[in-house]
Design a protein around this ligand. Sequence first.
Ligand code: UD1
Length: 357
Amino acid sequence: MIATVVGARPNFMKMAPIIQELKRRGLEQVFVHTGQHYDKQMSTVFFEELLMPQPDVYLGVGSGSHAEQTARIMIAFEKVCLDHRPELVIVAGDVNSTLACALTAAKLNIPIAHIESGLRSFDRTMPEEINRILTDHLCELLFTTEDSGNTNLNREGISPEKVYFVGNTMIDTLTTHLAKALERCPWERYGLQPANYAVVTLHRPSNVDDPATLKELVEALATLGKTLPVLFPMHPRTAAAGKDLWQSLEGVQIVEPLGYLDFLGLMAKAKVVITDSGGIQEETTVLGVPCVTVRRNTERPVTLTTGTNRLVAPIATEIVKAVQKPFQLTGHRPALWDGQAAKRAVDVIESWIKHCH
Ligand code: UD1
């Protein structure tokens, strides 16, 4: 039996095609949701829209400090491992649930596979960077999405025999659902015209937890909103940092976090996307939509070299300049971002299981 794990919003899009492919091949799995994210708009909606099965086990750990959340997940997931005795645990991405479950499995000598392995921002102030590095060093099977991942793992001394460049499972999900997302015309609901609005998501602690940085972001949207309608589905962390800061900005609509299909449809028809998310840099690359990433680094360099991404420091004037400077879009898809990544990963998993028995 294989344990598949999800916990927070970006995990769902990365794991859905893996869970479905394991099921299609009749490989037995116990599907675990840690409950790191729990609201309808942060969790349930993705299960409905991505046609994911209900979790077999829901750990319900909820929010907390890093130590509290990680520890609660470990305690709860250890019981799942002892009850089900999986022969492999599959984790995805870089959230606290990823590391917590990997560490728990490693201590029980259960092999681990990591979807979206090898990404590095080289910025250890990001909680995700710590999660990525530690998870990768605990794994038996490391599935990379871009060539930088292979290079990073090699430099860190991880044996190349464990590393499989399979592509990007989040792009499998995008490929499957794009037509359905566009059919919904979600821009109409917000009174927006295709190719004439910006979509914004900002939620990194380094951006929204620091009042001075937050002020720069508000100023940037205040300027941009005067000439281009802006739609800002607001993450709970950003709302908690001061929802009223944004409420009265001209041309800026603040809305609740969106489901997968509406957000994908809105991104696909945007003039520009402004974000500090990891996955959105990749999705805009495949959609061919300009992306301004409000961060000083990215763990996804292929989105800069092959894709549509541009990095900018969290300074109002710089953000405005980066959005307004014309984009020369290459229109290239990174290697193996072709909708077949989960199949390649599960091929490896299946033969690994056969080899073990
Ligand atoms: C987490 C991930 C981050 C990812 C993001 C996507 C870590 C370290 N960070 O950050 O990599 O980009 O998810 O959303 O794992 N909250 C709710 N409802 C929910 C979940 C959270 O209101 O369903 C609120 C709570 O107040 C909570 C806060 O959001 O304290 C932050 O949630 P948390 O899971 O700790 O981190 P994120 O900022 O969401």
